[in-house]
Design a protein around this ligand. Structure first.
Ligand code: KIV
Ligand code: ZN
Length: 389
């Protein structure tokens, strides 16, 4: 298949890596609802579950395969036949099925998780890809803990699994260990030294243990990866996964410099963020980039004044571009006259200078004693009868 060299594929794992968060388990019908919303968002791949892990996960992959048409539906496995058989069976209704199989690639995992050797693990990796390839054409291989793996061994593994039929090679920073330049260099090394690398897409899968998941994913894309894996709102084990909405909006905002694009309908971002938060009972922190409640709220007087003169003074993304209801000017004791005037005018009140000065004086007293200034409070600051026609 020919790929546009500038196109970045978006692989959503909210329903697999995201759902591993304790307390976030979803029913099959909730998962179907999210999968449909992910399809509307325009993600390219939905990782629907880990079929061998439970009958519920298996069934969810079956039902999601039936429910969506455009995205590839992916099922996770370990590198063994039983897992792969379950995944193949669960994907039988998928229009575009993908198996995501893999094994640890760092010496840490090889010795202390598998009690094995590099040679044996390499053999198991190749066997798993070959076995999965007998049933499904699209095979993604993950080299777990690649962030800490020896780069030469990782390159050997990547080359071997591509030769065995992998169409996508996932280089996970499973423990969120890498610095952006380290992660970017890893991808660059693979791109430059693995001789069959152009037969596969490199995928970035970063965890957020040091708060670097998004930065690492961007570094990986800049170094040549063309698939990014993440979750809505960045949910996931421990400190979470890369936030899809952050990567998508970085690529859009810096289109000139980075020169890559996704097919995401960014106007759907806010809606799916709310849906995932509600269904998974995971509140979004107010200061979360792109989708947090305060992401487009301006509260200090200096910012409000600048924003009201020209919103681009304090806004690099238009809230409507991500479907956010609207930017808000929050009235607090640090707000200035401009912000008060803006809200009074919103209520149809056009005070002259003296009236605004008087209202502002009363407003500061009120704002010092009250957290939320309501429209009724605003009306009480002025002689509203005078303004009602
Ligand atoms: O973080 C990780 O390494 C994973 C793999 C299973 C892809 O989630
Ligand atoms: Zn992961």
């Amino acid at each position: 298949m020919l790929h546009d060299p500038k196109r970045v594929y978006v692989f959503d794992t909210t329903l697999r890596d995201g759902e591993q968060v304790p307390g976030c388990q979803l029913s099959t019908s909730e998962k179907i609802e999210i999968a449909r919303e992910l399809e509307a968002l325009g993600v390219d791949i939905i990782e629907a579950g880990f079929p061998v892990s439970s009958p519920g996960d298996f069934q969810s992959v079956v039902e999601i395969s039936k429910a969506v048409r455009n995205p590839t539906v992916c099922a996770l496995t370990r590198a063994n036949k039983g897992d792969i058989d379950a995944a193949v069976e669960s994907l039988k209704y998928a229009r575009h099925p993908r198996i995501h199989t893999g094994i640890g690639s760092s010496d840490m995992h090889i010795k202390h998780k598998f009690n094995s050797t590099r040679e044996e693990i390499l053999e198991r990796a190749v066997e798993a890809v070959k076995y999965a390839k007998k049933s499904v054409e699209d095979i993604e291989f993950y080299a777990e803990d690649a962030g800490r793996a020896d780069i030469h061994y990782l390159a050997q593994m990547v080359e071997a699994v591509i030769a065995a039929g992998a169409t996508v090679v996932n280089i996970p920073d499973t423990n969120g260990y890498c610095l952006p330049n380290q992660y970017g260099d890893k991808i660059k090394f693979l791109k430059e030294s693995v001789k069959n690398i152009d037969n596969a897409i490199i995928s970035v899968h970063c965890h957020n243990d040091l708060g670097l998941a998004t930065a690492n994913s961007i570094a990986g894309l800049q170094a040549g990866a063309r698939q990014i894996e993440g979750t809505i709102n960045g949910i996931g084990e421990r400190a979470g996964n890369t936030s899809i909405e952050e990567v998508v909006m970085i690529l859009k905002t810096h289109q000139q410099q980075i020169d890559l694009f996704t097919n995401i309908n960014t106007k759907n971002i806010y809606e799916i963020s709310r849906m995932v938060s509600t269904q998974m009972r995971m509140p979004v922190q107010p200061n979360k980039a792109i989708v947090g409640g305060n992401a487009f709220a301006h509260s200090s007087g200096i910012h409000q004044d600048g924003f009201l003169k020209n919103r681009e003074n304090y806004e690099i993304i238009k809230p409507e571009d991500v479907g956010f209801p609207s930017a808000s000017i929050v009235l607090t004791a640090r707000s200035g006259r401009h912000a008060l005037k803006f809200h009074l005018e919103r209520l149809g009140i056009k005070p002259d200078k003296a009236e605004l000065d008087e209202a502002y004086k009363n407003f500061l007293t009120l704002a010092d004693s009250k957290l939320n200034i309501t429209d009724a409070d605003l009306l009480s600051l002025v002689d509203s009868d005078k303004f009602v026609s």
